[in-house]
Design a binder for this molecule. Sequence first.
Ligand code: AGP
Length: 613
Amino acid sequence: MCGIIAYTGRQQAAPILIEALKTLEYRGYDSAGIAVAAEKGMNTAKVAGRVEALASSVKKRDVRGTTGIGHTRWATHGGVTDRNAHPHVSTDGSMAIVHNGIVENYLELKAGLVARGYRFASDTDSEVIVHMMDGFMKDGDNLETALRKTARMIRGAAAIVALATDDPGKVVGLRLGNAGGLVCGFGDGQNLLASDLLALLPHTNRVAYLESGEVAIATRTGLSFIDLEGRAVNKQEIVVERTREAAARGKFPHFMAKEIAEQPQAATACLRQRIDFERGRIELPELKLTAGEVRKLRQVVLIGMGTSLHAAMAGAHAIEAIARIPARAENASEFRYREPVIGPETLVVAVTQSGETADTLAAMDEARRRSARQFAVTEVDGSQATRIADATLLLRAGQEIGVASTKTMTCSMVVLTLLALYLGRLRGELAPDRERAAVEQLAALPRLLSAMTELEDGYRTLAERIKSTDHLLYLGRGPLFPLALEGALKMKEIAYIHAEGYPAGEMKHGFIALISDRVPTIVLAPRNGLYEKMLSNVNEVKARGGEVIAILTEGDEGIAKIVDHALYVPDAPELIQPMLSLVPMQLLAYHVAVGLNRDPDKPRNLAKTVTVE
Ligand code: AGP
């Protein structure tokens, strides 16, 4: 994630931008920068490093002006350097932009711009935005028109904010998909835009949230809104509670809802600096792993608990399928006591969003005692798991407040898929064309997740239907079996309804005795190599009078015809189907819990981190 702030009003912009960036720094802190429109030209300061370093740099200079933008960066394409820091500035210095998201088609856009003579100062995808907007303004468009026209040419979820000396006293902001929201703050003689509410509260509690496809135009005297066609949009100004928790929740009724909605931007942050579009490769330099070391590996053992175990199971599937190394996932509390046969030729991967789960840490200690190589996959840098492991892959999901893990599971699966591809290349099992295809498929994930997290109505209706049941069965096959387990866990932990996840093929070996119209069966059956098998399972359930809720690929015309309810995921390659199939599992459980007046953020008997055995 990145942090974005913009200000226009009577006060000097620089101090306001710096203070806001300190509030936003949790969203990313590889680099930071501001751009302020001065009397003549643009004053820009940007550094690799924390906001403090930026503040020191700004103090040494007289960055004056009352309209400005700022950004904290979680490195995207291109390393952590001053020149890759945002804001990005047009060649003649008349315009500056900041961006949160991935420009999926930036290679072709960049080639076009270079062919037209534009010179690039950075290695980032974001820089194409400022040159495209500059071109439109040089053709006579105003700032918001230049932004609208550019938005229609880029692919991928995004939040963009811009200002220009040729259209003074104005900042514009745009939201596309869910890569990162933009909140607009209504002030007296001043107006602001920010990635989240916390940065606005020192100045105003009158706000409006931008929806996808909307553009905000802020001047000292007002805030107006248009759509991508330039038509006026009427936005409801809301007054928010000033409490930090309410502010942190923003427009969402629960943190879990917010964190489900944040998954596109969490996935974006997780992928950044790890997928190299230009070379079509996966890069995980933090592992410091050589091809020789990978070739010596005889097995990969993934360990975790709860949701993290389910992510580990999906990861084991990907590692074995792609890297062709024997891989398995184990419940950490079992692993630690069973005298596992592992050693220096074993790679142990501990999946733990908190990095503090007692059973997982104990299993890691056991692996260390047996001299296995260890990686931690976690959200929390500096957690105990990172101190035991030889190397760490951070999730970059952003703080997860809800006890039920949502966005951290998505990021765990993304990280483990990246690991599978990386190991595959180092072992010579992944041809360059397959790796390039995988890079493109992963780059599309934030946009596809965005489409998912905006489809809530169907879930509310379905939740009304199933909230009165006492038992639910979840069925999945292959890489989607762990998602069946996760769907069942979510329903148990926040709605308190008994639910079981089963490998679909296992149903006939027992659970089928329980099938009835009082036990709805939820089937994960997107279009993939196991679809026909899932069709058979659906027929077996229907033949016994069971009610079936199916998770299907948009446009399905097979299983959709014989089930009682269908929820849809975008048509997507099998590599990213587990991440997309997770969203229906989360939303269904969330809406059932809310329908039953449960608190999804603080479910009974549970804790966010189980630091005891
Ligand atoms: C899942 O929603 C729960 N929060 C719980 O199962 C959790 O996944 C488990 O306790 C593991 O936590 P960790 O990822 O922090 O190790």
